[in-house]
Design a protein around this ligand. Structure first.
Ligand code: IPE
Ligand code: IPE
Ligand code: MG
Length: 253
């Protein structure tokens, strides 16, 4: 169907069907270290420049009406990195929360975190909790940052809490189904991702959203995360729109 007066958006991305924008996009932001190494810079410089890509991605998601954006920023396995790099990544989260807060509010972005908050430094943890509380009523886009996140750790954590509720009688074995377990995950209340993007060229999941991606469309691209821009995001969405999602059923005639 042609638009009689094409908007600037349809000129830039003619292939996108605005009625089939993924509601939830999850991204494994990979390649910061290699981006930095290619420029003779320390790895931390790659992480810092990666923040520009985060801003561009939030903007693109808002513009196209994506409802939830989940960004994998620090995995439970990333503690294995040198202490200096871990410190730089922790500092970056704290600084970004301060620097970006006004823009997030103005843009109506609701901040959430998926991950184990308790082992973060108390000051950082408090900061995260404040931003979650202050942005709670924002409605445009949910920005869910997966931080100190591991898919297996998330399931263990859920099963532990579920076990406690079983023991106390709040839950019975018969009432445990997929939805019930989902309510114990960090992502409770969020829809499963429609599209998962991994930058940086690796084609693996690295312990990300193991439960939630059962039927997510996967998209891998070679670009290092700090170089990821609007055109890459739109290319991923366009690719997604070519997929036929069957969820185990058969395609409509
Ligand atoms: C992704 O970039 C960011 C984090 C894992 C925190 P990397 O730091 O993994 O970059 P590469 O994969 O080494 O290039
Ligand atoms: C996945 O990237 C974690 C994040 C992007 C936060 P990694 O770079 O840690 O993954 P592996 O080690 O290549 O699997
Ligand atoms: Mg990596």
């Amino acid at each position: 169907m042609s638009d009689p007066q094409p908007s600037p958006r349809s000129v830039i991305a003619p292939a996108l069907d605005l009625a089939r924008i993924p509601s939830h996009i999850a991204i494994i932001m990979d390649g910061n270290g290699r981006w930095a190494a290619a420029r003779g810079l320390p790895r931390a410089a790659g992480h810092r420049t990666g923040l520009d890509a985060v801003r561009r991605t939030i903007e693109g998601c808002r513009e196209y009406g994506v409802r939830v954006l989940t960004l994998y920023a620090f995995s439970t396995e990333n503690w294995r990195r040198p202490a200096g790099e871990v410190e730089a990544l922790m500092r970056l989260l704290g600084e970004a929360l301060i620097d970006e807060f006004d823009d997030l509010m103005e843009a109506g972005v609701q901040f959430r975190m998926s991950g184990e908050l308790h082992s973060l430094e108390p000051a950082l943890r408090e900061q995260v909790e404040q931003v979650i509380a202050l942005t709670r009523d924002n409605k445009t886009l949910v920005l869910n940052v997966a931080y100190n996140y591991g898919g297996r750790a998330e399931i263990i954590d859920a099963v532990r809490r579920l076990g406690r509720d079983l023991a106390s009688g709040r839950l019975t074995p018969q009432t445990i189904d997929e939805a019930a377990l989902g309510r114990y995950l960090y992502t409770a209340g969020l829809p499963d991702p429609d599209l998962l993007i991994r930058t940086g060229g690796e084609q693996r999941i690295s312990n990300f959203l193991l439960w939630q991606i059962a039927y997510t469309e996967l998209y891998f691209c070679d670009v290092y995360w700090p170089d990821f821009d609007r055109s890459h995001l739109l290319a991923a969405i366009a690719d997604y729109q070519q997929r036929r999602r069957r969820f185990g059923g058969v395609e409509d005639a």
